[in-house]
Design a protein around this ligand. Structure first.
Ligand SMILES: *Cc1c(COP(=O)(O)O)cnc(C)c1O
Length: 386
């Protein structure tokens, strides 16, 4: 068997000769060119019901850095400055905060959704409210977290919110619209090759706030508010025309791809009753890979090694979680994260590809179940207790 964790299949540029020649003939290769403009309009039209605005960025991490910067631009500096975020997320969020001179303050997660626990957020806001510069939630693995909660939290405390929804492009809410539709909170999506909306490198920042999106565009272009005249802090985060073309091509088949990935995820749910999954979305959750919790007491490293021996790749996103990673352990204050520790210790990421066959899912499930029921895969402590 050869079933890797991910098998990126972005649109095939080798079959897009005419579109590539058109870019060459135009002679515009970047700087928010016509293909980029078309891509941004198509994203809003097709994924957000025509509501709101977006800008492309060359990757989601730079999108996070710019959106955080924009959110805190008018705040007083000098105090202790925290970015409130879950530890159960990808390094990019903490790095983006640190690049903005902020210190990540880790909040524990909910045991069911694996996203930031609202009660723990409230506790940390009571304790550190004055020192929190930005709230940085994560829509965990594409799960449609409650955006109204964050809009209310932002209002109540007067603290801006920036949402890392890197893996969420394609998630639909109960209204059947794309996750984030109608939200003024800047939402950052990734279109990296390994995400469900696969291109190569790229990101989208969405918001209903037109001036916010315009200001991010300016920041992403050296802060040039006027021609060759920097009017604000900036850097270069522009998407190339070829990148935008790849995105436009992906849009054509994306609804089918996202549906297929959800179907594959449902197969895992049915075939692996021993595992714990996030609650199933009523409509659609975008899935980058299949995330699930192993039963308590199983030894993940042994299970993963056995899967490798059968030619099956897997991962453990996000273990180590941020507070456990060397650099963040050095730079961030210690936090109480019992649920994060439990979830991270049991999480396993299983293969999911656009073109994966049902039988491949069943093969992965069979191999995994064989491990789980084998005493050799139980952790020492559990084994001794029996
Ligand atoms: C993939 C990912 C990112 C980074 O996206 P890039 O486009 O690769 O910069 C950030 N946060 C989370 C949660 C991710 O999964």
């Amino acid at each position: 068997m050869n079933i890797p964790l991910t098998r990126p299949s972005p649109p095939r540029l080798s079959t897009a000769g005419a579109e590539l020649r058109a870019i060459e003939q135009r002679g515009i290769f970047s700087n928010f060119g016509p293909v980029n403009t078309e891509f941004e309009a198509a994203i809003v039209e097709q994924l957000f019901n025509g509501v709101g605005h977006c800008t492309t960025v060359c990757n989601a991490t730079l999108g996070l850095i710019l959106a955080i910067r924009q959110a805190i631009a008018h705040q007083q500096t000098g105090q202790k400055r925290y970015a409130l975020m879950p530890s159960f997320t990808f390094a990019a969020a903490a790095q983006a905060a640190l690049w903005n001179g902020l210190t990540p303050l880790f909040v524990d997660i909910d045991p069911i959704t694996w996203a930031a626990d609202p009660e723990e957020e409230a506790r940390l806001l009571r304790q550190h409210g004055q020192d929190i510069a930005v709230i940085l939630p994560y829509a965990t693995f594409g799960y449609a977290i409650d955006l109204a909660h964050y809009e209310a939290l932002s209002q109540k405390h007067g603290i801006p919110v920036v949402l890392d929804a890197a893996a969420s492009l394609g998630t639909l809410t109960a209204a059947g619209t794309g996750f984030g539709t109608g939200s003024a909170i800047p939402i950052i999506f990734s279109i990296h090759a390994t995400k469900a909306f696969a291109t190569g490198e790229g990101g989208i920042v969405y918001s209903t706030d037109k001036s916010l999106i315009q200001s991010l565009k300016t920041m992403a272009n050296f802060g040039f508010g006027r021609p060759r005249n920097a009017t604000m802090l900036g850097l270069n985060a522009k998407m190339t025309e070829v990148g935008a073309l790849t995105g436009l091509l992906r849009l054509k088949s994306f609804a089918k791809i996202a549906d297929r990935r959800q179907t594959l995820m449902d197969l895992y749910r049915a075939a692996l009753p021993e595992l714990t999954f996030q609650p199933r979305a009523a409509f659609r959750q975008s899935h980058q890979f299949a995330s699930a919790l192993l039963p308590p007491g199983t030894d993940r490293a042994t299970i993963q090694a056995r899967l490798v021996a059968e030619g099956i790749g897997s991962g453990s996103y996000f273990s180590p979680h941020l507070a456990e990673q060397d650099f963040f352990a050095e730079t961030c204050p210690p936090a109480s994260l019992p649920v994060t520790h439990d979830i991270a210790s049991r999480i396993i990421s299983l293969p999911l590809h656009d073109k994966m066959k049902n039988t491949e899912i069943l093969e992965v499930a069979r191999a995994l179940r064989a491990c789980i029921t084998d005493k050799g895969c139980l952790a020492e402590i559990r084994y001794a207790a029996e």
